[in-house]
Design a protein. Structure first.
Length: 246
């Protein structure tokens, strides 16, 4: 489907129709980051054209190899300079199970097209480890899970890292700023937990340890904000213990 000079081609390979506007806006976000060109927002390559190759079926979070390979083949045939694949499966392998898949990716690379693939967003390789720390050992500093197909040799795996500046809401405890994350309800909707305090001032008490029963033995936390350190006790259990005390 030809939409405009900016978007000369678009096709939904998963649903076999020209409607590339699905119910998940991740592709739109990535396309805007790359090639947006308006008075309000500009991407990193504002003059670039976009060919939208949708490979995820509406209402799903997965894609099939045959749809992805068809989109890759058309991208090369239509003269794409670069192909951005913002998709992947965590813990990718460097050896591809199917030779035909490997050959397809290799042909894209050998055609001279820049093949860029997302490294993924799968946290790190030691989440839920037996140590209970969710962090790697100093002796084995493996801290990422890279997704396939970005682990294939044919393309360039692209990742991002946090900036040295991290923006976060915070509250003050004495002279110290304590960052926090927004809370969420049972429906998954987020909200600022401080908004529930109605802009009132509350006394606070520093809880020693990580919020075990014994840590509250000599504390009065009623009508106060309890400041508890993180540790092996879950947030839910910390909250339950405090609720029993008040």
């Amino acid at each position: 489907m030809f939409a405009s000079q900016k978007v000369p081609f678009g096709y939904d390979y998963a649903d076999k129709d020209p409607n590339v506007i699905g119910d998940i806006d991740h592709g739109t976000h990535v396309a805007g980051t790359i090639a947006a060109n308006s008075d309000k927002i500009k991407g990193i390559a504002p003059e670039a054209q976009l060919m939208i190759m949708k490979v995820f079926s509406d209402g799903t979070g997965s894609a099939y190899d045959d749809d992805i390979l068809a989109a890759l083949d058309d991208s090369v045939s239509l003269g794409a300079d670069s192909i951005n694949m913002s998709l992947g499966s965590g813990a990718g392998f460097t050896k591809i199970g199917e030779e035909a898949v490997k050959e397809a990716y290799t042909r894209v690379s050998e055609s001279g097209v820049n093949l860029l693939m997302a490294a993924g967003n799968d946290d790190n390789a030691v989440v839920n480890n037996t140590y209970g720390t969710n962090v790697p050992l100093a002796s084995n500093p493996d801290n990422a899970v890279v997704s396939s197909p970005s682990t294939f040799a044919a393309g360039l795996s692209v990742a991002s890292v946090e900036n040295t500046v991290y923006n976060s809401p915070y509250f003050k405890v004495g002279d110290e700023n304590i960052p926090y994350k927004n809370a969420s309800n049972t429906d998954g909707d987020t909200y600022d937990v401080l908004d529930t305090l109605d802009n009132k001032e509350y006394a606070y008490v520093m809880v020693p340890g990580i919020g075990e029963e014994k840590d509250y033995s000599e504390l009065d936390v009623k009508d106060k904000i309890a400041v508890v350190q993180r540790g092996t006790i879950t947030f839910t259990e910390k909250a339950r213990r405090l609720h029993r005390l008040i």
